[in-house]
Ligand binder design. Structure first.
Ligand code: GUN
Length: 296
């Protein structure tokens, strides 16, 4: 079998189109322009690239983008004061603090200072709790994008065996909650899991989110399974810098039923879902009906 390649780039474009349609309606019918504030502390090069890309795409769908770039030695008090200002600003519907933060800043404290209704990353402890108890919440962007691709491919996920490899707060744990919400039988595997190959072989759905280049070989994948590769790893191959996932794409695509490539799979969906979350947050804060198909 050769797998269907799930085109995240094309899918993300359809999400952005839907978002742009909702933004246009919010402007025309209600005089509201959704706004996303992104806070970057320090000069981490990868974070700078992400933040630039988020700002550009925010403007492209018609929303307001507010970028706040702070020095690497910004004090916790100053950062919390900025977040407090953004929490109170009615033109800001979504707030994202780019991670990782410099070491002297307490990430949990900072994230939990964001108003949960504006927490478009879905990292606030309230949103984590709401998602875990099946209530309406802001859903982390990468798992949300992964879920959208799975639903699009399968329709219903009910009763499927899903294995999530990785237990991070940003991807692994919320992904498992979303799959459980869609009635999958969910296993969370991680670096201490015994006989990981056997665990993965039972899965109809594999979500790999460990951050280790090509650690899942094709012979761990069940024939016909769907593989969502969340990994984005930069490695050197044949003297060139290349991006690879957590799954060995070349061997996995020979056995999987469907697979996301790296690049061009989950990656583009993450920012598209950030835009979707911002529109959702804007609608909720204005007591307007939520856009369909953009939330979990
Ligand atoms: N750094 C890497 N991924 C993310 C993300 O999804 N959100 C934030 N805030 N920072 C990140």
């Amino acid at each position: 079998m050769t797998a269907k390649i799930i085109d995240g780039k094309a899918f993300a474009a359809t999400i952005r189109e839907k978002v742009a349609g909702h933004v246009a309606r919010l402007k025309e019918e209600h005089g509201i322009t959704p706004g996303l504030a992104v806070v970057l502390v320090g000069e981490d090069p990868a974070s700078q690239v992400y933040v630039r890309s988020k700002g550009k795409q925010t403007v492209e769908v018609g929303m307001n983008s507010f970028e706040h770039k702070l020095d690497a030695d910004t004090s916790e008090a100053d950062l919390l004061a900025l977040i407090d200002t953004l929490n109170k600003d009615d033109s800001v519907h979504g707030i994202l603090v780019q991670l990782p933060l410099p070491k002297h800043l307490d990430e949990d404290l900072v994230i939990n200072s964001i108003s949960p209704e504006k927490d478009v990353d879905g990292f606030h402890i309230s949103n984590v709790g709401l998602l875990g108890t099946g209530q309406k919440s802001m859903v982390p962007c990468t798992p949300l994008g992964s879920l959208m691709m799975l639903r699009d491919h399968h329709g219903s996920l009910s009763g499927m065996n899903a294995v999530v490899i990785g237990r991070s707060n940003i991807v692994g744990k919320p992904m498992a909650q979303l799959l459980l919400g869609d009635s999958c039988t969910v296993t969370i595997a991680h670096s201490r899991t015994k006989d990981l190959a056997e665990v993965v072989r039972r899965a109809d759905i594999v979500v790999a989110a460990v951050g280790r280049p090509e650690m899942v070989p094709g012979d761990w994948i069940k024939e016909g399974a769907t593989v969502i590769d969340v990994g984005i790893n930069r490695i050197e191959r044949d003297g060139k810098n290349v991006l690879v996932g957590d799954v060995d794409f070349a061997s996995a695509k020979e056995v999987a039923g469907a697979i996301t490539p790296v690049p061009g799979g989950v990656g583009p969906m993450t920012i598209a879902c950030l835009l979707a979350n911002t529109v959702t947050a804007c609608c909720r804060s204005n007591d307007l009906s939520e856009p369909e198909g953009l939330t979990a």
